[in-house]
Design a binder for this molecule. Structure first.
Ligand SMILES: *Cc1c(COP(=O)(O)O)cnc(C)c1O
Length: 400
């Protein structure tokens, strides 16, 4: 076998990504420098705590947070956030997670922020409690500050927040209510980059823990994420993820002591809830290298590049008189333009076209979120110009 293409060699179809960073079609592509760093990382042994100690300092610099941890995806960052908010510095609680009988474990979530990823909090034993309504008609607010306040009880350990364009509730408001009640705020910022300024924005606004994906905009390994935040909480998350299993003396005086304080531990820590979410040395170095390159990124240049590709796709598809094509410019100037294609009168429905594109080899994935309106969307971010042209040709071949 050659090293040319490990997928083709095994008859595994590859994907042309016209939808944007999505986990199931493998996130983003790492830069060459990242895979090279990972290759070199695989050639030496290293103590994972030494690597995490380096990463912690670097994440601190990049995010402005007090501490940081590399996690197995942003999702593990959310699980460890819940574990940290439930256990805090009480190792006896940490050691029994995810079992939380008789232990405060409720995380408040504005209902308009609810999404599939909340299972990540539940993995640690958290129970989610919705607040407010998902009824945004007639200028109704999704959640009023007093509603959050009145949902707080003895059992509440945190409030969680996600920054989406349709959410009206500001993070500053949530932080104010939560902090007035001595509760931390967890922000799921997995998919919020770019722009790079968001690496610091949530921490600046007062979030106590923020989780980013390493395998989306940062272009690190798909199995990495960053957890940034308050020192005591990140240390709790760290303690619950560090591999253990050595004599107490070696642990206390060895590399882990750079990451967590051992004074208030009742004894040698056992593996915690984070152990099944291990990050390996190759991924740790890959994430660090990717982040080094990401913070040098020129947000405007990148956006101009994507938007030029959206125009290119528009120009190609608009040539077909059967298609109603528009370029959607987002209200948010930092958001990428996408191309929306409506298929009424094109001789094929969006649902059929999307299915056909998926079943080609290579598979082509477009955004199907408007499929019910007989429309599909092309996102230019994860395409090269050549791939963009190829996608347009393939679409055109189905139009009659
Ligand atoms: C992608 C995503 C996650 C999970 O991130 P991973 O790095 O894949 O674990 C969590 N929350 C939201 C909103 C996401 O989009």
């Amino acid at each position: 076998m050659s090293n040319e293409n490990p997928y083709a060699e095994r008859d595994i179809p590859t994907v042309i990504n016209a939808v944007g960073e999505q986990t199931r079609i493998s996130g983003t592509l790492m830069r060459k420098e990242v895979s090279e760093a990972m290759q070199r990382a695989s050639e030496k042994y290293v103590h994972l705590a030494d690597l995490q100690a380096y990463a912690r300092e670097f994440i601190t610099e990049v995010t402005g947070a007090e501490a940081g941890l590399v996690t197995n995806g942003a999702a593990a960052g959310l699980t460890l956030s819940a574990a940290a908010c439930i256990a805090g510095t009480d190792y006896r609680i940490a050691n029994q997670l995810p079992h939380t009988d008789g232990i405060p474990n409720k995380i408040l979530i504005p209902v308009a922020h609810r999404n599939q990823y909340e299972v990540a909090y539940r993995v640690a034993g958290a129970k989610l409690v919705g607040v407010g309504l998902n009824d945004l008609r007639n200028g109704l607010e999704e959640v009023e500050p007093w509603e959050i306040e009145s949902a707080i009880s003895e059992d509440t350990v945190a409030v969680t927040y996600i920054d989406r364009p349709h959410n009206q509730l500001s993070l500053a408001t949530v932080v104010e209510v939560a902090h007035d009640n001595d509760l931390p705020v967890i922000v799921d910022a997995a998919a919020e980059l770019p722009p790079t300024t968001k690496l610091t924005r949530y921490i600046d606004t007062g979030a106590d823990l923020v989780a980013f994906s390493g395998g989306k905009a940062i272009r690190g390994p798909q199995t990495t994420g960053i957890l940034a935040g308050r020192k005591d909480l990140v240390e709790s998350a760290t303690l619950q993820s560090l591999p253990s299993g050595v004599a107490e003396e070696t642990w206390e005086n060895g590399p882990p002591s750079k990451l967590v304080k051992t004074d208030n531990l009742p004894g040698m820590p056992r593996h915690g809830i984070g152990r099944p979410m291990k990050v390996g040395k190759e991924e740790l170095i890959g994430l660090i290298r990717a982040l080094e390159l990401y913070i040098e990124e020129d947000d405007e240049e990148l956006l101009d590049d994507w938007n030029a590709r959206a125009e290119r796709i528009y120009d190609k598809l608009a040539e077909s008189s059967q298609l109603e094509v528009i370029v959607m410019e987002e209200e948010d100037p930092a958001a990428v333009s996408t191309v929306q294609v409506e298929l009424d009168g094109a001789g094929i429905t969006a649902a059929t076209l999307i299915q056909r594109l998926i079943n080609e080899n290579p598979r082509i994935y477009v955004d199907e979120s408007r499929m019910q309106e007989n429309t599909f969307t092309i996102n230019p971010k994860c395409l090269s110009d050549e791939e963009a042209d190829y996608v347009c040709e393939r679409i055109d071949s189905y139009i009659c």
